[in-house]
Design a binder for this molecule. Sequence first.
Ligand SMILES: Nc1ncnc2c1ncn2[C@@H]1O[C@H](COP(=O)(O)OP(=O)(O)OP(=O)(O)O)[C@@H](O)[C@H]1O
Ligand SMILES: [Mg+2]
Length: 188
Amino acid sequence: MQLGVSENHIELTLADAAATKSFGRTLAQVLQPGTIIALRGGLGAGKTTLVQGIGEGLGVREVINSPTFTTLNEYETGKLPIFHIDLYRLNEDEANPKDVLGPGIAVVLAELDQLQDQGGILIIEWSEYLGDNLPADHILIKLDYAKSKENLSSNFEQDFSGREASVHAYGANSSNLLEQLKRILISC
Ligand SMILES: Nc1ncnc2c1ncn2[C@@H]1O[C@H](COP(=O)(O)OP(=O)(O)OP(=O)(O)O)[C@@H](O)[C@H]1O
Ligand SMILES: [Mg+2]
């Protein structure tokens, strides 16, 4: 795993799905009740795999899947509850992604508030659909298909099949968690 660290920011390379899960397990060690993790990344970027790793780290016994037909899955068998939200299905107007949630945004935000009060970890796939409306204190994780460094100039961008993760912390609580995460990752 390649690791880059700076103020309120971590970048890491995840070579395969096992590495994504392992990162999730490490992340789980620093999470607190009410932590919000906003995930971004295109189709198949590894968002749900990361949630599975977080679930493993928290000792969740249920199978964690993409909440394809629901927007919220709850997992209560681990050390802390996980509320796994997937906003993809709410994107009814793909041509106008900015208008995705429309009036529904208020419902989602009220639900987030309520879930946060229940002391769970909130993990949101396709969090970009919330625009600037995410609660201020959150961890943002962007996942992307890794580009082959050697072949950037030739068009073989996808011959390294891993992923790149970029982690940003916003707000005091999340920044504190990120500092702890840095310490664990650096010592690995
Ligand atoms: N670091 C990685 N390197 C290579 N493959 C990975 C990595 N992490 C996850 N994958 C694989 O990518 C595929 C898609 O993963 P996943 O379902 O987690 O993506 P997703 O972002 O949740 O997708 P969706 O947009 O459909 O919700 C899976 O086959 C998974 O095993
Ligand atoms: Mg998914």
